[in-house]
Design a protein around this ligand. Structure first.
Ligand code: SAH
Length: 266
């Protein structure tokens, strides 16, 4: 018996990994975070599977369901939104499973921040503008560790992807203006990849008003940074004919083998 902690992706069932779909379709117990995982994803479950929504459960109740499956020697698909290791509250579940000696395995997923970038069609890392992405949230009921307040992170002027922060957008914009400037572009993507996805674009000065007008107050990713601006950026050096690297020693034909390319992440 094993618990598979599965990233279900941002919403569109086609953005499940093959492994995720396979496991959701095979496990006799499917426990999913119903607040964000759409029914369509759970549609892959076996007809006879026990499918439970964990959104109203406490940690003890979740572990209770898993213990029951353990006693019956039944695998569990524990399905989380996006990637399970980013703002997933999975660490405490994993800790409990380890304490109980229950085997677990993580299946990564497409996170909502990459789905949001895909929806707006913007690369989040651009030469000279930003080579860094900060995944964070605004301080709400969950407090931020010292030195990770938005005002501190803003000093880096990196691309920001803010989870769980849409209701705090006004405060977010206020914290970022001193370093990013009022004109800095912002994109808010509500329900990236869902059929009712909405994209609102603006600047730090007007995004709050626009998002309010669109009545978006949940399930939204906030992307901030100059990478979202027009096409005013330098080309990367990767495809520059004068820039030689391991896979291209001159501006002649590419020389890399597939294996080498994979090694280098290109
Ligand atoms: N593990 C998830 C994040 C869970 S925290 C992931 O990797 O995406 C929940 C927050 O994620 C939401 O408040 C919202 O900020 C973001 N989110 C999740 N799904 C989203 C989607 N489809 N579109 C936009 N934001 C989403």
């Amino acid at each position: 018996m094993r618990v598979y902690i599965i990233g279900a992706g941002p919403g569109d069932p086609k953005l499940l990994t093959l492994r995720a779909a396979e496991l959701i379709g095979a496990c006799p117990v499917v426990l999913y975070t119903g607040s964000l995982v759409p029914k369509a994803v759970i549609g892959y479950a076996r007809a006879d599977a026990k499918v439970l929504d964990s959104s109203g459960m406490t940690l003890d109740e979740i572990i209770g369901v898993i213990l029951e499956a353990h006693d019956a020697d039944q695998d569990v698909a524990r399905v989380h939104t996006g990637d399970p290791m980013i703002f997933g509250s999975t660490a405490e579940q994993i800790r409990e499973l380890s304490r109980l000696g229950i085997a677990w395995e993580i299946i990564p997923g497409v996170s909502s921040f990459t789905a949001a970038a895909a929806a707006v069609g913007k690369e989040l890392t651009l030469p000279e503008l930003s080579q860094t992405i900060i995944l964070t949230r605004a301080e709400g009921r969950t407090s931020m560790p010292d030195s990770q307040r938005l005002e501190d992170l803003a000093k880096h002027k990196a691309t920001l992807a803010l989870f769980l922060s849409i209701t705090l957008l006004k405060k977010v914009a206020h914290s970022l203006v001193p370093d990013y400037g009022e004109d800095c572009p912002v994109a808010v993507v509500y329900k990236a990849s869902w059929p009712d996805q909405v994209i609102v674009t603006g600047t730090l000065a007007d995004i709050d008003e626009k998002v309010r007008a669109a009545r978006i107050n949940s399930t939204a990713m906030i992307l901030v940074g100059w990478v979202l601006s027009s096409s005013d950026f330098a080309n990367s050096r990767l495809y520059d004919p004068d820039f030689t690297h391991r896979f291209r020693t001159s501006n002649s034909k590419p020389q890399k083998s597939l294996t080498q390319a994979a090694d280098d992440g290109r």
